[in-house]
Write a protein that binds this ligand. Structure first.
Ligand code: F6R
Length: 606
């Protein structure tokens, strides 16, 4: 996730900005840059790779200016290149910007700038030229006019060489915080780089613009009216600030889900045609109609997200779909031809088995596409197209937000393929409507955290646990079980409810609790019978049920109620309580939540 730090004050800005960039490294980045106002001009230095390289490049430059902006970039539009790194500039280098977020309509905006020769592939460069177009002496007004045309998200800071006394900051959907010092101000994407200097801050809200000088912060709302903002005191130390006040990265990432889910679907669905459009697939509509089989490959959590994708593809697109664990696929003899579409799914984009499977599938003539989080990663580069899931960096070893965003993208693909084949407009529209409600339902589900913590406390003495789900919720059961075992080290297993009689039932006894997903869908009654079987063996039961399902209480020792959604979208909601359950359990048991034993975040070896 990109990071911003900017400074205006009485000290040389460069050391403050470089230190700030280092504090932002935890967010993950692939390139970085800085611009300092020095002797009346903006001096800009950018690089691919680490802050150390940037610092080395700046070593021999006498940049003593007291105002500047800096950025760490995590690529979204355009690859990892120096040209794509921020700050971006316009007006012959007099105007510069650092920007976090995504400008959705940047292609349309580019059409207004036909006389500009762009040097990067970024949406941000379009924005800075748009601001330049409207600039006629009033910097804030130029930013306001340009932003009025923008659709998307931004947290940004703008500087102009002719305005050595101000920086303009604006926020929409991407956080910005202003640190208040004595005759100096700091602007950053989170409080981490500011805390070494001050704990007095002003948080900008969506739609607000701030004109920040050495002495004052003037803030304006969407209607350009002057507003008074409160200076708040934050008591976080730097480590807490990195996690935005959450105790662990995993918890922060669980809470990121409503926001990053919207990043995954934004601009990718169509409310008129009830469809989705993921251009990165690089296939014509007819080529898509020619696909007669889809294989998803991935590992661990990613393979469980794929399982939800399989249900969505079969249901919406009517295409036979399978999930293959990458380490198996690469050594099997998979039957593949050029009508087979292989989706390689990966958060890191570097998983060795998935990469080997990609190469094998390509060798056998399949159409191979990526569904990846890390932009510019090897799997993203080696597949002939695909889609980024926009979950932002995941720093906790246990994957959470990548799982939900992978499912979001898979559902969009299933919708796109379905509407090109057999899916009716009415059903397409229902899916789109339901997708648009998911972020709000995720937020409601996150509010259950304290309640789930109490349930985890109650079961923290058990050494075994079983997760049950049916249909698309089998993916959720597998994921809940993996989360629990990997961070709390409690032995756990997951089964489809209907499998219990075929063996696993033998395990059950009062010491082996069962966590069952029994939300209201077409398999509800079937799942109910499975839970009754479990209860009859004396096992304790935790149920995940749909709000308003009072009958669930008869069957369970504990019930967690979640908001109702369309069956295909249930994993997006139902997984959250299971993530929280595993998280709280690990904390209660005193485990190292973010770095569980024996595991690595990116498995780059076989
Ligand atoms: C579990 C987890 C792993 C990964 C797996 C694949 O919480 O994170 O199971 O999902 O190692 O990693 P990626 O998606 O990076 O290929």
């Amino acid at each position: 996730m990109c990071g911003i730090i900017a400074y205006i004050g009485k000290e040389p800005a460069l050391p403050i900005l470089l230190r700030g960039l280092r504090r932002l490294e935890y967010r993950g980045y692939d390139s970085a840059g800085v611009a300092i106002l020095n002797n009346g001009g903006l001096n800009r230095v950018k690089t691919m790779g680490k802050i150390d390289i940037l610092s080395e490049k700046l070593k021999d430059q006498e940049l003593l200016g007291t105002m500047g902006i800096a950025h760490t970039r995590w690529a979204t539009h355009g690859g990892v290149t120096e040209a794509n790194a921020h700050p971006h500039s316009a007006l012959n280098g007099k105007l510069m910007i650092v920007h976090n977020g995504i400008i959705e309509n940047y292609r349309e905006l580019k059409n207004q700038l036909l006389d500009v020769s762009f040097v990067s592939q970024t949406d941000t460069e379009v924005l800075v030229h748009l601001i330049g177009k409207y600039y006629s002496g009033d910097l804030r007004q130029a930013v306001e006019t340009a932003l009025a045309q923008v659709r998307g998200t931004y947290g940004l800071v703008v500087t102009h060489a002719d305005h050595p006394d101000k920086l303009i900051a604006a926020r929409m959907g991407s956080p910005l915080v202003i640190g208040v010092g004595e005759n100096e101000h700091y602007i950053a994407s989170d409080a981490t780089p500011i805390l070494a200097y001050t704990n007095q801050v002003v948080f900008l809200d969506d739609g607000e613009i701030a004109e920040v000088s050495r002495e004052t912060i003037k803030t304006f709302n969407v209607r350009h009216e002057h507003i008074q903002k409160r200076v708040e005191k934050i008591d976080w130390d730097e480590a807490q600030a990195e996690k935005q006040g959450f105790a662990h990265f995993m918890l922060k990432e669980i809470y990121d889900q409503p926001t990053v889910f919207q990043d995954a679907i934004r601009g990718r669905y169509n409310i008129i045609d009830g469809t989705a459009r993921l251009g990165g697939i690089n296939l014509t509509d007819n080529q898509i109609r020619d696909i007669n089989r889809v294989i998803f490959i991935g590992c661990g959590t990613t393979s469980y997200a794929a399982m939800a994708g399989k249900y969505a593809f079969e249901r919406l697109a009517g295409i036979p779909a399978e999930v293959d664990v990458a380490s198996e696929f690469r050594y099997r003899d998979p039957v593949i031809d050029n009508h087979t579409l292989v989706f390689a799914i990966s958060q890191s984009g570097e998983t060795a088995d998935t990469l080997a499977a990609v190469r094998e599938a390509k060798r056998r003539g399949a159409v191979v596409r990526g569904i990846v989080n890390a932009v510019g990663s090897t799997i993203a580069r080696e597949t002939d197209g695909g889609t980024y899931i926009h979950a932002g960096p995941e720093l906790a070893v246990a994957s959470t937000k990548a799982y939900t965003n992978m499912i979001a993208v898979l559902i969009l693909y299933a919708l796109q393929f379905g509407r090109l084949r057999r899916l009716s407009l009415a059903t397409g529209l229902r899916v789109v409507d339901a997708l648009r409600e998911v972020a709000q339902k995720m937020k409601e589900t996150l509010e259950l955290s304290e309640e789930i913590k109490k349930v985890a406390q109650k079961y923290s003495d058990y050494h075994n646990m079983m997760f049950l789900g049916r249909g698309i919720n089998f993916s959720v059961a597998l994921e809940g079980s993996l989360k629990l075992k990997e961070i709390s080290y409690i032995h756990s297993e997951a089964f489809p409810g209907g499998e219990m009689k075929h063996g696993p039932l033998a395990l059950l006894c009062p010491e082996f609790p069962v966590f069952a997903i029994m939300t209201k869908n077409q398999l509800y009654e079937k799942m109910r019978s499975n839970v009754e079987e479990v209860r009859a063996r004396g096992a304790k039961v935790i149920l995940l049920a749909t709000k308003g399902d009072d009958r669930a209480l008869e069957l369970a020792d504990d019930v967690i109620y979640v908001p109702e959604t369309m069956e295909l979208l249930e994993p997006l909601i139902n997984t959250i309580p299971l993530q929280l359950f595993a998280y709280h359990m690990a904390v209660i048991l005193g485990k190292d939540v973010d770095r569980p034993r024996n595991l690595a975040k990116s498995v780059t070896v076989e």
